[in-house]
Design a protein around this ligand. Structure first.
Ligand code: HEC
Length: 221
């Protein structure tokens, strides 16, 4: 058996040179020469490379120099823009505070309820001297007053509201600018001034007391 095997091997034995040549021939058959084909993929590689290059430059330009946590952009605001933003925030805050503290009676549209709650839209009490509206909130108001020709305060009074100076400043400024009202802003400092002046007052204001304190607000009546 092993003898026969040996014989077969002997008959197919090749010299080294023949072996190499037959391998070359075989490999040429399997992998035909690629001389002409090489250029096409090279062009693609080149074009793709250019694309990556251009894209990365574009990306670097538009994405804060590839920083993972880019610095927050500091927008330079002009003094006017800063003032505008401050005022917008104040009005927003005033509107929210008005909704929670005042709108149940004076209504969200500032029109009040006929015969019960006086309107704030177009009211002299709200839009003339800052002292009037601020004092009303600080101490409350009782007894009859006339608002836009109607008399209020015979059945219902307004209690003092426990609010901070800044909150009162925000609410009153909102009221004086909303629903077509066009009165001046009221500052926190003004409110603290009025608070200091009325520390000794224990009960609510009456309409008459306030009218005599701010006569010029009612001079055209
Ligand atoms: C519980 C109901 C009620 C609430 C809440 C209330 N008010 Fe009044 N307010 C009244 C009544 C009633 C009067 C009239 C009082 C009077 O004539 O004695 C009045 C009067 C006024 C007046 C003077 C009259 C006018 O219409 O201009 C102003 C200003 C005013 N309130 C502002 C406010 C503001 C601002 C708030 C919220 C911070 C507020 N009120 C919350 C019931 C209320």
């Amino acid at each position: 058996m092993s003898k026969k095997q040996k014989k077969v091997d002997d008959s197919t034995e090749m010299s080294d040179g023949e072996l190499v040549e037959s391998h070359i021939a075989l490999s040429e058959e399997k992998h035909p020469p690629t001389v002409g084909f090489l250029q096409a993929p090279l062009i693609f590689v080149f074009v793709f490379g250019c694309l990556v290059f251009v894209c990365s430059i574009q990306l670097a330009e538009t994405t804060n120099e590839f920083r993972l946590h880019p610095k927050k952009e500091t927008v330079e605001l002009t003094p006017e823009q800063m003032e505008e933003r401050r005022f917008e925030r104040k009005i927003d805050s005033g509107k929210k505070l008005f909704t929670t503290n005042c709108s149940s009676c004076h209504q969200a549209n500032g029109m009040g309820l006929a015969g019960q709650f006086p309107p704030l839209a177009g009211s002299k009490w709200a839009t003339s001297d800052p002292g009037l509206i601020v004092n009303i909130i600080l101490k409350g108001l009782k007894g009859p007053i006339v608002v836009k020709g109607e008399t209020y305060g015979q059945a219902l009074n307004m209690a003092a509201l426990d609010l901070k100076d800044r909150q009162i400043a925000d609410i009153t400024t909102y009221v004086r600018q909303a629903w077509g009202n066009q009165a001046s802003e009221i500052t926190d400092e003004e409110v603290s001034g009025f608070r200091a002046e009325s520390t000794n007052k224990v009960d609510q204001w009456t309409g008459e007391q306030l009218r005599s304190m701010y006569p010029s607000s009612f001079s055209d009546e």
